[in-house]
Design a binder for this molecule. Sequence first.
Ligand code: C5J
Length: 222
Amino acid sequence: MREIPAQPFAFPLQRDAVALVVIDMQRDFAEPGGFGASLGNDVSRITRIVPDVKRLIEGFRKAGLPVIHTMECHRPDLSDLPAAKRNRGNPTLRIGDEGPMGRILIVGEPGTAILPELAPIDGETVIEKPGKGAFYATELGDILGDRGIRQLVFAGVTTEVCVQTTMREANDRGYECLLAEEATESYFPEFKAATIAMIRAQGAIVGWTAHVDDILETINHA
Ligand code: C5J
């Protein structure tokens, strides 16, 4: 067994039981005219991590390890969108509204797609999720169980919302979770920093955090 240098202590990699989970690297969170921008956020913060997410994905592919992608999205009839989610806040465009990239966060719309640079390849699992967490109302738990996966490396956006929610869901289900620091981002730098700190606090209470270079170096030599 090899260990990935990590905080708060080394991550004990099980190469035959690890997968990369890339959370919601969708145009709606990263491009002007999408959901993230409609909430008043600076989406350029998200596009800046694309190169690091890309090399993490490519590293897992090269090592022959599974890559799982998630997409936050809803059915066109909005039957999986609670009013409490649709009506929250004061966005210029709500989920399901028609925007410049199609209907916001609706399955099959151009803006809902994963960024082309990070697009899944044949054979990779894509989880369409109506919630912030990727286990809620999806088949993710069954897929991981069938494949014997017990460790999850996380990348994607946003750090304190869908990434952290999914990590907490996974942690409660018994997975060992590692967050790739340069491959995750928030619209709020202080929220990213706080999330990293709280995940690894108290002896890795939610999981570990590590640098992309250390993750890649270890998976390629384990
Ligand atoms: C948000 C996400 N922030 N993917 N979604 O609404 O984090």
